[in-house]
Every structure is written in C-alpha cells, then in structure tokens.
Design a protein around this ligand. Structure first.
Ligand code: NAD
Length: 325
C-alpha cells in the first residue's frame, strides 16, 4: 500500500492524475490537499468522492501547520498546487511567489520531517524561456521570462536543492502545454472553445505565430505515474507531446471543428514578454522510463471539443471566475 499526497489535486491536471491513479493502482491511497482557489473545482473529483481509498483535505500549501498534519504517514507527494496562469502573473506576481515558491518550500520541509519516500515536483517547459530552433535538454540553464515561469523555476531549484542538501528523494518533471477535459476556461483551448460555442469572438495574441507543443492531460498523468514509480532521485524529466503548432494554426483547427466564422478571430495586442516557442527534448523519459504519448493531437482535440460541448454544466458556472478582474 502506498499513500500518495496529491497537492493541487482539484485542478485540471491533478484531478486527472487522481482519477487515473484510483482507477489503475489498486494498492494506492490518495489524499488530495487543495485550497480550492478560483481554478480548484471540487466537482473535478466528483467521480472519486466516495472512493474508499480517496480523501480530500481543504488547505493551503503555505500553511505549515495544516501541511504538517496532512503529510504525516504519507509515502509520496506529487505537487501540482500552483498559481498556473501566465496572464494573471503579469497582472500581479505576489500569489505566484507565495504559492509556487514559498508553498513548495513548506511542502519540502514537511516531507523531510516526515521522511516521505518520494517527492515529485510538477513543473513546466516555461522555466527555460523561449527557443527559436532546436529543443532543450534537461541540462539547459533556466531563463524564465514571465513571473509564473520564474516562480516555477524557483520551486524547481528549491526542490532539487532539498535533494542535494538534505537527501530528500525529489524528482522534477517539466511538461509542455496540456489540454483535455476539465481545463479551466481561462487557458487557450477551453477559452476559445467555450467562447466559440457561445458564438463569441476569440482573442488571438499578436501575430498568432507563437508555437507550443501540446500533450493530452491523460498522457501527462501516465508519464507522472512512471516518474513516481521509477524516476531517479535528483533528476529532471521532460514530458512532451511532440505536436508543435502555432496559436494561429490552433485557432484555425478550433474554428473548423466548431464550424465557426473565421471573422470571430479578434487580433489583440501581444502578451507582454510573450515567449515565441517552447520545445522539449524528451529522449530521457523515452529511453529511461519507456514513455511515449498515446493520444494523437487531432483525436485528443476532437474529443476535448466534444467534452466541452457536452459539459456546459461544468464550465458555464466557471466563466465568471475565469474573467480577469
Ligand atoms: N496546464 C498546463 O499546461 C501545465 C503544463 C506544465 C506544467 N503545469 C503545472 O502543472 C500543475 C497543475 O496545473 P493545472 O493546469 O492543473 O493548474 P490549475 O490551475 O488547474 O490547478 C491548480 C490547483 O492548485 C490549487 N492551489 C492553488 N494554490 C494552492 C495553495 N496555496 N494550496 C493548495 N492548493 C492550491 C488550486 O485550487 C487548483 O486546484 C501546476 O504546477 C502547473 O505549473 C501545467
């Protein structure tokens, strides 16, 4: 029996990970610890709410007392808890530093105290900045551009330092852009999909030529389970989908899939400091852990669009929360 603490498990990726863990790993007990910020949704965990091996604890990873209590008796931690939206970090970075940096340190300290056997820090390709050609390996120096990416880079470095200084069994994963069901409707795919479903315009940043690599959230979850089980302590693993497309191309795919008027695309001034391209070299996780993404982007995107079409009851109440103040 492994007891796994999943922080931020009521969010998009964390909740997929929890649902999948409980489905596929009959010996694991899962505790979600989540503050339920604007992007944390209890309903994301409705499917497992009554599961005998699941429990939910409401709390803030920056609260050392609450974290200490929930950490007692855990064998492993997978830390998803974060402020995760770049645009919000540009408007104000304080919550990002608090949760992403300080909260991660609170978790690391508690994991050390309770002799937790494994700590997976879930991170992002955005910590490397932007790359015009080629791909980053895990040895690439960090050069984040947004406050979000800088706060995630800080957390990665604290986690790795905790391994080197104190010997905590830490593994860091850096993943490319995720998409799939239950993604909060502020991120580009659910934002554009829900707006087009409502016949509204979609705001495309700058010239639309920023390139992102897309990975289905279920593939991310499978990769994280492999890292949890077999990743080497003190190492960083890249997780990528191998599907690089520009935001303009993505927008066209969504317009076509939803049979929407191309005139609904509204060019808006570029995001400040907008990274041009992210690209991860994923050789290490493929050769060491045998990970390959399984869901082709076109299939995953079609399935995701259908999910949003069929789950208005999930996203309509969130639209107000998604609007930037
Ligand atoms: N979405 C992506 O494309 C992507 C890509 C790579 C890495 N990541 C990383 O994956 C993780 C999860 O991302 P997501 O897209 O699911 O984000 P999300 O915003 O959907 O979920 C974040 C969750 O963390 C919780 N949370 C926030 N602050 C907290 C705090 N102080 N204490 C406890 N819980 C708190 C929220 O309530 C929410 O449930 C993040 O660490 C993010 O940096 C995301």
């Amino acid at each position: 029996m492994t007891r796994v603490l999943v922080t931020g498990g009521a969010g998009f990726i964390g909740s997929e990970f929890v649902r999948s863990m409980l489905r596929t790993r009959p010996l694991d007990r899962v505790t979600v610890f989540d503050k339920l910020t604007y992007s944390g949704v209890r309903q994301n965990l409705a499917e497992v709410a009554d599961h005998p091996r699941f429990s939910f604890v409401l709390g803030d990873i920056c609260d050392p007392v609450a974290v200490d209590q929930v950490m007692a008796g855990q064998d492993a931690v997978v830390n998803f808890a974060a402020e995760s939206h770049v645009d919000r970090s540009i408007r104000g970075a304080e919550d990002f530093v608090r949760t992403n940096v300080m909260g991660t340190q609170v978790l690391l300290d508690a994991a050390l105290r309770h002799r937790v056997g494994r700590f997976v820090q879930v991170s992002t390709d955005e910590v490397y900045g932007s790359i015009d050609r080629g791909s980053w390996t895990e040895r690439q120096p960090l050069a984040p551009n947004s406050p979000y990416a800088a706060s995630k880079a800080g957390a990665d470095l604290l986690a790795l330092a905790c391994h080197r200084t104190h010997g905590l069994d830490v593994v860091v994963t850096r993943c490319s852009n995720n998409y799939g069901p239950y993604q909060f409707p502020e991120k580009v795919i659910p934002l554009f999909t829900t707006r087009l479903l409502n016949g509204r315009s979609v705001p495309l940043y700058g010239d639309g030529r920023n390139v992102r690599d897309w990975l289905h959230v279920q593939d991310h979850g499978r990769a994280l389970a492999l890292v949890l089980d077999r990743g080497r302590a003190g190492e960083v693993y890249h997780i990528g989908g191998g599907t690089e497309i520009s935001n303009r191309e993505l927008t066209d795919l969504l317009l076509t899939a939803l049979d929407a008027d191309p005139g609904l695309v509204e060019r808006v001034p570029d995001r400040k400091g907008h990274d041009r391209r992210y690209s991860l070299d994923t050789e290490k996780i493929r050769t060491e852990l045998g990970f390959e993404p399984r869901i082709p982007f076109t299939d995953g995107l079609a399935q995701t669009i259908s999910w949003y079409r069929d789950h208005r009851d999930w996203w309509e109440p969130l639209l107000e929360r998604a609007a930037l103040e």
